[in-house]
Design a binder for this molecule. Structure first.
Ligand SMILES: [Fe+2]
Length: 339
C-alpha cells in the first residue's frame, strides 16, 4: 500500500472564502411551505416534484416533534435507509435509520463534502433535521455541485483529477488502544471481529493493512467525479473533509503527519495535493453556496450528488445547544465518471 507520501508544511487553508454568496432571497425558492399542502398525497407529490427538479428542499414548520420522524420524510422518496456501516464520523442513533450529526466540535469548520464519497456505495438522498439550534451561527452551507464542477473543470487540478482519480486513506484505531482516536474500526464496522471487517473489505476494491498498534489502515482509489443518471452529467463527488488538512484545526491530530491522521486524500497515484491545488479545491465550493439558517424542527432534503454540504464553526452561548439528526438512503453503487 502506498502511504509514503511526504507531509508538507501547509499554509493556512481558507475553508470558507465566502460565507454564502447567493442572496437569501434567491435561496428562498427552495423553501417548501407545508401549510400549502393540506393532505399527505399533495405534499408527497410536491416533495417528489422538487426532488426531481431541484434536488433540494428546505422545510420549515415541518410538524416534526422528534428527529426519528425524519424517516417519514425520507420515505416519500425512497425506502432503503442506511445504517451507516463504514461511515467515517462517530455517530449515535436517534432511532433506526436516524443518526446524530453534531459530533464535530463547534470550533471546527466542517468542510464541504458529499456524504460517504469515500465508500463504494453512497446515499443519493440525504436528510438533515434540527432539534435545537443556537440564535446565531450553526447554519449548514450547501453548494450547487453543477457550478462547483464547472468551476473545477476549468482548472488544471480539475482536469488532472479526471484521469488521476483520487485516493482516500483512512486510519481507524483499535478501540482498546490508548492511541489518540477519531473513530475506531470497531465503531466504524460495528464489530469486535477483524474477520468481520475483512469480510466487508473483501467486497470492495480497498487495500488494507493492520498496523502494529492495532490500527486498520485502508486505501481506496476511485473516480473524483460521478455520473448523475438523471441529469446525464458528471459531478465532482468528493469531500475536502476527507483531506488531512481538515485536522490542521484540531489540536492533537494536527501534530500528526498527514498519512497518520484519521484520514487523508491524495491523487490516485498517492501524490499529495500541493497548497495551491488544495486552496482551489476549497475555494470552488464557495462559488455558488448559500446557508440554511435553521429553526427548531426544520428539515432539508438534499440530492447528495447535486448538492455539497458544510458547517462553519460557531459558538454557543450559555444554555444553547445545536442538536441535529440525519437520515439517508436511495443507495447507489459508484459508477464513476463518463467523460
Ligand atoms: Fe455530512
Amino acid at each position: 500500500m502506498t502511504t509514503s507520501m511526504t507531509t508538507q508544511q501547509r499554509q493556512a487553508i481558507k475553508i470558507f472564502t465566502h460565507k454564502g454568496n447567493v442572496p437569501d432571497s434567491e435561496s428562498e425558492q427552495y423553501h417548501l411551505n407545508v401549510s400549502q399542502y393540506p393532505n399527505s398525497e399533495g405534499l408527497k407529490a410536491e416533495v417528489l416534484r422538487r426532488w426531481n427538479q431541484d434536488g433540494i428542499m428546505v422545510v420549515s414548520n415541518s410538524g416534526m416533534t422528534h428527529l426519528s420522524e425524519l424517516k417519514r420524510w425520507g420515505a416519500m422518496i425512497f425506502d432503503d435507509f442506511v445504517d451507516y456501516e463504514g461511515g467515517s464520523a462517530p455517530r449515535s442513533a436517534w432511532g433506526e435509520g436516524v443518526f446524530n450529526i453534531d459530533d464535530t466540535p463547534s470550533h471546527i469548520n466542517m468542510c464541504y463534502h458529499n456524504e460517504m464519497c469515500y465508500l463504494p456505495a453512497y446515499p443519493r438522498c440525504f436528510l438533515v433535521g434540527s432539534l435545537a439550534v443556537p440564535k446565531l451561527g450553526g447554519e449548514t452551507m450547501v453548494s450547487d455541485n453543477h457550478a462547483t464542477t464547472t468551476a473545477l473543470l476549468a482548472t488544471d487540478v480539475g482536469q488532472q483529477l479526471k484521469t488521476r482519480r483520487v485516493r482516500y486513506i483512512r486510519n481507524m484505531t483499535d478501540k482498546h488502544s490508548d492511541k489518540l482516536s477519531y473513530k475506531s474500526w470497531q465503531d466504524t464496522f460495528k464489530t469486535e471481529s477483524r474477520e468481520d471487517v475483512e469480510r466487508y473489505i473483501a467486497k470492495t476494491d480497498w487495500e488494507y493493512e493492520w498496523l502494529d498498534d492495532g490500527t486498520l489502515r485502508t486505501s481506496y482509489i476511485v473516480d473524483a467525479y460521478e455520473w448523475h443518471e438523471n441529469l446525464q452529467e458528471n459531478l465532482f463527488f468528493s469531500g475536502m473533509v476527507s483531506h488531512a488538512s481538515f485536522f490542521d484545526q484540531w489540536t492533537g491530530f494536527n501534530q500528526l503527519d498527514d498519512p497518520e491522521r484519521p484520514f487523508t486524500m491524495t491523487y490516485g497515484d498517492g501524490q499529495p495535493f500541493n497548497d495551491n491545488e488544495l486552496q482551489i479545491l476549497f475555494d470552488i465550493y464557495n462559488k455558488r453556496s448559500f446557508p440554511i439558517r435553521w429553526q427548531q424542527f426544520d428539515l432539508a432534503i438534499l440530492d447528495n450528488l447535486r448538492w455539497t454540504h458544510a458547517r462553519p464553526a460557531f459558538q454557543l452561548t450559555e444554555n444553547e445547544q445545536r442538536v441535529m439528526g440525519v437520515s439517508m438512503g436511495m443507495m447507489r453503487q459508484r459508477v464513476g465518471a463518463h467523460f
